[in-house]
Design a protein around this ligand. Structure first.
Ligand SMILES: Cc1cc2nc3c(=O)[nH]c(=O)nc-3n(C[C@H](O)[C@H](O)[C@H](O)COP(=O)(O)OP(=O)(O)OC[C@H]3O[C@@H](n4cnc5c(N)ncnc54)[C@H](O)[C@@H]3O)c2cc1C
Length: 418
């Protein structure tokens, strides 16, 4: 097989979700020639970056994420200004949970360490501030930050792809990459597709989402601890007369409820009269053999009781009005993988995956970091050590966390909760 055309791209990016699209944009704006390859149609719904809403928030129990989110806020705004339209709606962000919850307390500390103002609120203050939309149980607190918002994912991916193309990037869809190899003595990378085409690049980036483990194992023989989970987003009907209280115009925040179950939601925005309230969990799946079933039983067992407790009488908990499927790519510690592929591919191939259900907001900063890493070999401004693969060689559980119970509760449900 001959490589298509004579062109050698500076970087070939494999996978056009938010991470690949942001990486392509950041690489192209540095004047590099970029080829972005996607196995399905651009903007398809079979991965992790499609749909109508993703939360952006700074409140993280890990100290290394707030600065990344703050950089991302700046990069989202920069890209919006360049595109001439918005993909992010700013809202407050509210975290709620038991006053003693370790994650919640660490999230407050980490915001303050990054000069992000947060207010710790008593249940009555939360109830008053959000027109009675939240009724917190005795002993709970609210943590309110003005640094939140809702991002439109499909529109955001399209924006970065369009900006990358404007900077000269080439995008090809319906091209499944099956091989990534070093070119031999002259260096460079040869990428082969299932359809028999080949492309040549000086470097390569793999941003394959839930397919990352499969692809990296196939091309580099390295098994990454990234487990795809099939997950379901639910939209619930707001009871008549209360719609305003749940809208961004009515001041309703993006929110997360800490503990087990971990529940999150966004203001009523994309579908009038409906609100997204979802469970941060899913079922292990093979990304090429999903059964697409929605486990309404799990939603009913975990989300509905939460709604009856925290939003009593305001949202219809009987069954979701609408559901959508998506995939998480979980690592054992819930932290990202951003590293060189190693082995024969050495530092010519960078892998960015395992975004563990919370990566979208950081797409722009990941794009910047991946561009730095693949072009310069280092990425200043982020604690890359946290995202290196060798952490799993040192301890299969990865980065040590002070709140492991919380990390585990985001993973696959135990047999007893199925
Ligand atoms: C229900 C749900 C809710 C979420 N909520 C939030 C949130 O509120 N806030 C937040 O920050 N994050 C959130 N996330 C997480 C976030 O959406 C993901 O972390 C992010 O979208 C991952 O993007 P990605 O580019 O890594 O993966 P993907 O979007 O899946 O992109 C990978 C792409 O690679 C392609 N590909 C794979 N293999 C190949 C191959 N061999 N050849 C060519 N192409 C290939 C795939 O087809 C796919 O298009 C949520 C995720 C889900 C599922």
């Amino acid at each position: 097989m001959e490589a298509s055309g004579a062109e050698v791209f500076d970087v070939i990016v494999v996978g056009a979700g938010i991470m690949g699209s942001c990486a392509a944009y950041h690489l192209a704006r540095r004047g590099r020639s970029i080829l972005l390859l996607e196995q399905f149609d651009l903007l398809h719904h079979r991965g992790s970056s499609h749909g109508e809403s993703r939360t952006i928030r700074v409140t993280y129990p890990e100290p290394y994420y707030p600065a990344m989110v703050l950089e991302s806020f700046r990069l989202w705004e920069e890209a919006e200004a360049e595109a001439g339209y918005r993909v992010l709606t700013r809202t407050p962000h509210l975290d709620v949970g038991p006053a003693g919850d370790r994650c919640l307390r660490l999230a407050v500390e980490n915001c303050r360490a990054n000069s992000v103002p947060v207010r710790v609120l008593a249940p009555a203050e939360v109830e008053e501030m959000f027109s009675g939309a939240f009724t917190l149980p005795e002993g709970w607190i609210g943590v309110l930050s003005e640094c939140g918002g809702v991002i439109k994912p499909t529109k955001a991916v399209a924006m970065f792809q369009a900006l990358a193309m404007r900077k000269g990037a080439t995008l090809k869809d319906r091209v499944e990459v099956v091989e990534i190899k070093k070119e031999g003595a002259n260096g460079g990378i040869r990428v082969a597709t299932k359809g028999g085409h080949q492309f040549r690049g000086r470097k390569c980036v793999v941003t394959a989402g839930a397919w990352t483990r499969k692809l990296v194992e196939a091309v580099a023989g390295r098994v990454l601890p990234i487990q795809p989970l099939h997950t379901t987003i639910c939209y619930w009907k707001i009871r008549s007369g209360h719609e305003e209280a749940f809208s961004p115009e009515g001041g309703f925040p993006t929110f997360a409820s800490y503990g087990n179950p971990y529940i999150y939601g966004t203001p009523s925005l994309e579908y009038p009269g409906l609100i997204k309230i979802a469970l941060h969990e899913g079922y292990p799946c093979d990304p090429d053999r999903r059964n697409w079933e929605t486990d309404l039983g799990l939603q009913a067992r975990k989300v509905a009781p939460w709604m009856e407790q925290v939003m009593p009488g305001l949202v219809d908990p009987v069954r979701p009005a609408m559901t959508q499927s998506c995939m998480y790519s979980m690592t054992p510690d819930g932290d990202f993988v951003i590293d060189f592929a190693g082995g024969e591919l050495g530092e010519d191939v960078v892998v960015a995956g395992g975004f563990s259900g919370h990566g979208f907001k950081m797409g722009p900063v990941i794009g910047r970091v991946v561009a730095d890493l693949v072009l310069e070999g280092a990425a200043p401004g982020v604690e890359l050590e946290r995202f290196r693969l060798r952490r799993f060689e040192e301890d299969p559980k990865g980065n040590a966390k002070e709140f492991e119970d919380q990390v585990r509760s985001h993973g696959p449900p135990s047999r007893s909760s199925l």
